[in-house]
Unconditional design. Structure first.
Length: 589
């Protein structure tokens, strides 16, 4: 075999940058979000040589690129790839990487780095990005030898996508990008200690779960993002068909089971349904599938499902007994475990009274809002959007805040990978770039970012990406002129004292909580003008009667579009279980 110093022929010798890009192509990557700079220019030059096989999209901010790559990953299941230059480019990716870690998203982040001889010398645009990201990646590489590039990329894809998915960082010094060698794309990987085998439930564990189901009187399924990332949605549906057990989902799990199904109890947790939270409280068996007992789900964790037996299935052994001890902890690929369970499972002996109880709670405490409000409420806008789009196979992304929770409550998801939300990190600014990533993967699908005015402004520059890259993303902007979720906490827990939660000029009465509760007279900023400045279609709507026609116009528009909807700022997301409390403290109105 040829080595770096003894090339076979001149043509076989290529640069580290070309090897990296060729490796991406070899791994099936068809789109990358990449923002250039001095330390990554060789990589960008290489990208132009592969432009027939790999589309490079220029985001307007590296964070946008990171979330767009996540949009690809979350909607398709394959690894998303983003690239940035060293220093500020790399640090701009940090939030998207941390976000991918908390939501278990397979993300490959590639950064340029100063040349190896300059590392550690505070060179221009040098940051120790591997050090910065050590705690927020599944794994990270600083590549110091061009002969390692093909192997590192191969390992990065294995690590990002095997077992519990997560982000992998590859830091590429400029001299390694420029150095040349003969690549070996079939090289063996070197991953000592890395578990390549998918963990699988043992037959006796599967029998134990089946027995627990058979004996249960009040069983519940608590389904999370693991069902989505583990592609186990079909198996979950089969399990429910065979057993008739009601299902509740986390924010990450929405779509894993159809919300419109009679046995769906919708979302649980802080802003989950009353009926899901009651049911978990009363359950005698909780089947926790691909979940992590997050505090936004459990509230006071010792009280969560206190009287129930807990079965916890997760692919990541470190999740088992982490936040909540399980009676039957099972380290397994959830798809495998459910498929095995479905072979032997029988319905509980008698849980009809329980299902009836759940249905009664559901009838008694539906998600509700003031339908007589003369203007447009956020809940009304989302409900109308749902009616208009449910048969169009859309993908919905969201920012973070009240609008995010209302989207989770009022848009009824039927399929996995159709609701994309920054859930664990809760990153404002996620919605628009994530939608861009989805649209790049699914050019013909309707992709809608339901956003808040605060969140939207965190990555508003990505409207430029939408227009210039011909990505016809739609933005339903629920514009309450406030950081609504924080306002809600101020109102509930801080006597309504406004502390920098108004997004308009500081001389407006709203800035100090003295508005009329509906909205400021002069709205700020002019989102329609901004969107038009970027080349997008845009409209503003405030009258209830105009909402549906405006939504139809947005959906039909041939190109990116922003619909700025005036909504009140004193609506609260309900129900609400205050942080650290239990279902007994649930606020219903
Ligand atoms: C990057 C970031 N900064 C701050 C927060 C804290 N935070 C959570 S929700 C929220 C308000 C969001 O406002 P907006 O996007 O307008 O949504 P709304 O609640 O008004 O619907 C804030 C500031 C956050 N989640 N992310
Ligand atoms: Mg807002």
């Amino acid at each position: 075999m040829a080595t770096a110093t003894e090339p076979k022929t001149k043509q076989d010798v290529v640069s580290g940058a070309d090897i990296l890009v060729q490796s991406l192509v070899n791994h099936g990557v068809d789109t990358i979000f990449a923002y250039p700079g001095g330390a990554s220019m060789p990589l960008h030059q290489a990208l132009t040589r592969f432009s027939d096989r790999l589309r490079t999209i220029l985001p307007r901010h590296e964070q946008g690129g990171g979330f767009a790559a996540q949009g690809i990953a979350r909607s398709s299941g394959k690894a998303g790839v983003c690239m940035a230059t060293s220093g500020p480019g790399a640090t701009n990716l940090v939030t998207a990487i941390a976000d991918a870690k908390l939501d278990s998203v397979p993300l490959i982040a590639i950064t340029g780095q100063v040349p190896t001889h300059a590392i550690g010398g505070d060179a221009f645009q040098e940051t120790p990005i591997v050090e910065v990201c050590r705690g927020i990646t599944k794994h990270h590489y600083l590549v110091t030898d061009v002969n390692d590039v093909a192997r590192v990329v191969k390992e990065a894809f294995i690590i990002a996508t095997t077992g519990r998915p997560g982000p992998v960082l590859i830091d590429m010094p400029k001299n390694v990008q420029q150095a040349k060698t003969v690549p070996d794309f079939d090289c063996p990987v070197d991953l000592p200690g890395f578990e390549m085998e998918t963990p699988k439930a043992r037959p006796e564990q599967v029998k134990q779960i089946a027995a627990a189901i058979r004996l249960s009187k009040r069983p519940m399924i608590y389904a999370g993002g693991g069902i989505v990332s583990g592609e186990a949605s079909e198996e979950l549906r089969t399990l429910v068909k065979k057993t008739g057990i009601p299902v509740t989902m986390t924010v990450m799990g929405l779509g894993a089971f159809p919300a419109e199904h009679p046995l769906s109890l919708d979302m649980l947790g802080m802003h989950g349904s009353v009926y899901a939270n009651y049911a978990v409280e009363q359950a005698d068996l909780l089947l926790a599938l691909g979940v992590r007992f997050d505090d936004r789900v459990t509230g006071k964790v010792e009280e969560f499902c206190k009287h129930g037996k807990i079965v916890h299935v997760d692919i990541d052994a470190s999740e088992l007994n982490k936040n909540k001890p399980a009676h039957i902890p099972v380290c397994s690929d959830v798809k495998y475990a459910l498929a095995e369970l479905n072979k032997i499972v029988e319905a509980p002996e008698d849980h009809s009274a329980w299902v009836e109880q759940c249905n009664n709670w559901k009838a008694e405490h539906p998600f509700r809002y003031n339908e007589d409000f003369p203007g447009i409420t956020q809940q009304h806008a989302i409900s109308e959007l749902y009616k208009l789009t449910k048969d169009l196979d859309p993908v919905i992304t969201v920012g973070v805040g009240q609008h995010q929770m209302w989207a989770a409550q009022y848009y009824k998801f039927a399929k996995p990978r159709t609701f994309l939300s920054s859930s664990g990190l809760g990153t404002m600014g996620f919605g628009l770039p994530a939608a861009i990533g989805v649209q790049s993967q699914f050019p013909d699908r309707l992709v809608i970012d339901i956003d808040g005015d605060g969140s939207f402004q965190m990555n508003i520059q990505e409207l430029g990406t939408c227009y210039c890259e011909k990505l016809p993303v739609k933005v339903l902007l629920l514009n309450n002129q406030h950081l609504g979720m924080v306002v809600q906490w101020e109102d509930r827990f801080m006597q309504g004292n406004r502390a920098h939660t108004y997004l308009g000029p500081i001389h407006h009465p709203e800035a100090v909580g003295k508005g009329d509760g509906l909205g400021p007279k002069e709205r700020y900023p002019d989102f329609v003008q901004i969107a038009k400045g970027y080349g997008c279609g845009a409209a503003y709507v405030r009258d209830k009667a105009d909402l549906v026609p405006a939504l139809k116009e947005m959906i039909a528009y041939d190109g990116p579009y922003v619909l700025d909807v005036e909504v009140p700022y004193q609506e609260h997301v309900l129900p609400m279980i205050p942080s650290g409390h239990t279902v007994r403290d649930i606020i219903k109105e």
